[in-house]
Design a protein around this ligand. Structure first.
Ligand code: CO
Length: 149
């Protein structure tokens, strides 16, 4: 495994669309292992491949003991609305108040290519939405809301 460099806001790679993964091979497994090591090292709860300059639809999430590797993830249903502060390993200097769905139904493939559909709510849903946004070049600052008076 190897620690990867996390690029920061301002790097054009963070604004690009990632391409779908079609080969579930050893290279993908190495990417996932490196992403896990990198996320743990920087004490994050999520990391998307574009953040390490790899424009592929791959993201990982770790929250309260639940670790999810998502290949080609998509939100297929969402409901509710929750406002909270979130952070990003590519924008360390700030936190943004962002509205996210309270509950999501999402689908992704595992590192072996198996298709999974699952639901998440609360913080886990927030982190998954944040990471999936990265795959379309969307950052939390794009969705920042000003606190209501
Ligand atoms: Co982020």
């Amino acid at each position: 495994m190897a620690l990867r460099n996390i690029i920061k806001h301002g790097d054009p790679a963070l604004r690009k669309n990632s391409r779908k993964v079609t080969s579930f091979n050893e290279r993908l497994s190495m990417l996932l292992d490196d992403m896990k090591e990198t996320m743990d090292h920087f004490d994050g709860v999520g990391l998307a491949a574009p953040q390490i300059s790899i424009l592929r639809c791959v993201a990982i999430v770790e929250f309260e003991g639940e670790f999810i590797e998502m290949i080609n993830p998509e939100i297929i249903e969402s409901s509710g609305d929750a406002l909270a502060l979130e952070g990003c390993l590519s924008i360390l200097a700030k936190h943004c108040l962002v509205s996210r769905p309270e509950t999501i139904k999402y689908t992704y493939q595992t590192r072996n290519g198996e298709q999974i559909t699952n639901t998440a709510s609360g913080w886990l849903a927030r982190i998954i939405c944040h990471e999936i946004d990265h795959l379309s070049g969307i950052l939390m600052i794009d969705k920042e809301q000003k606190p209501t008076q």
